[in-house]
Design a protein around this ligand. Structure first.
Ligand SMILES: [Zn+2]
Ligand SMILES: [Zn+2]
Length: 255
């Protein structure tokens, strides 16, 4: 009798481990596909058509793929790839990674980045080098990790070289989102440096966690192009939903 009960417990535990114990990373709902990290509903939520411009993340009113600004103006990047909107659970998980070195959701970010990458690049448009947006060594010491580098290392399956030594942050600047636009731009002046000539003639993929106003990304692109990069593309996990003021400046959508 005892053996029979033990056996039953073992079978239940085994079945649980196969099915019930797999929980969605975002909502903790149990699900059945052992290789998944997200349930169908969260997957749908994350990839939902947010109606954002495919070139800058700006919220769209028209039915096209690009906002009127990007249709009329040349963007500094060749391709802009992003996975989802910077809201809800994504904010929480990115904060945990960035400020608490909590790498529990790396599997989720890997999935999001690889998905966004494969939707935007094909074998003949593959970038040559992936460069994570750098942080200053003082900030690195304080935080313990550069989250962009941690994310970039998740792209190794693409076979593209990840190099953290090409683009350096040489000025320790205050956190960007706390500053006004003018201060932000001033703040970034001479903040980066390109080391060596590895970028010459190359297609660079800049990688970061979030794209907000794009000031940092644009500064990095400028300096990479000055150093001879042929083209620069961008890959981020999430884009902050933005609205464009009548002045043309982007601001956060508070809705
Ligand atoms: Zn879920
Ligand atoms: Zn746009």
């Amino acid at each position: 009798m005892r053996i029979k009960i033990d056996m039953k417990v073992k079978i239940v535990t085994f079945l649980k481990s196969l099915y019930l114990e797999r929980r969605c990373l975002l909502c903790t709902t149990p699900f059945v596909h052992a290789h998944d990290v997200l349930c169908l509903s969260c997957r749908k939520d994350l990839y939902i058509e947010k109606r954002q411009c495919k070139k800058c993340g700006f919220l769209l009113e028209n039915k096209g793929e690009y906002c009127s600004f990007c249709l009329e103006n040349k963007t500094p990047w060749t391709t802009f790839a992003f996975s989802t909107c910077y809201d809800g659970q994504i904010i929480k998980y990115l904060h945990q990674l960035k400020f608490y070195q909590n790498t529990n959701s790396l599997k989720l970010f890997e999935l999001l980045l690889i998905d966004a990458f494969s939707c935007s690049f094909h074998k003949n448009t593959f970038p040559d080098i992936i460069i994570p947006v750098p942080i200053h060594k003082k900030r690195l010491f304080k935080r313990g990790i550069n989250h962009s580098l941690v994310l970039a290392n998740k792209m190794k399956d693409t076979g593209i070289l990840v190099d953290k030594n090409i683009l350096l942050r040489i000025k320790n600047t205050p956190v960007q989102h706390k500053l006004k636009r003018k201060q932000r731009l001033l703040n970034l002046k001479n903040a980066f440096h390109v080391q060596g000539d590895l970028v010459k003639g190359k297609h660079i993929l800049l990688l970061d966690d979030v794209y907000t106003t794009g000031a940092t990304i644009k500064e990095c692109i400028e300096i990479l192009k000055k150093a001879g990069a042929r083209e620069v593309s961008v890959l981020v996990v999430a884009v902050t939903p933005l609205e464009r003021k009548s002045s043309g400046e982007l601001k956060k959508n508070e809705k």
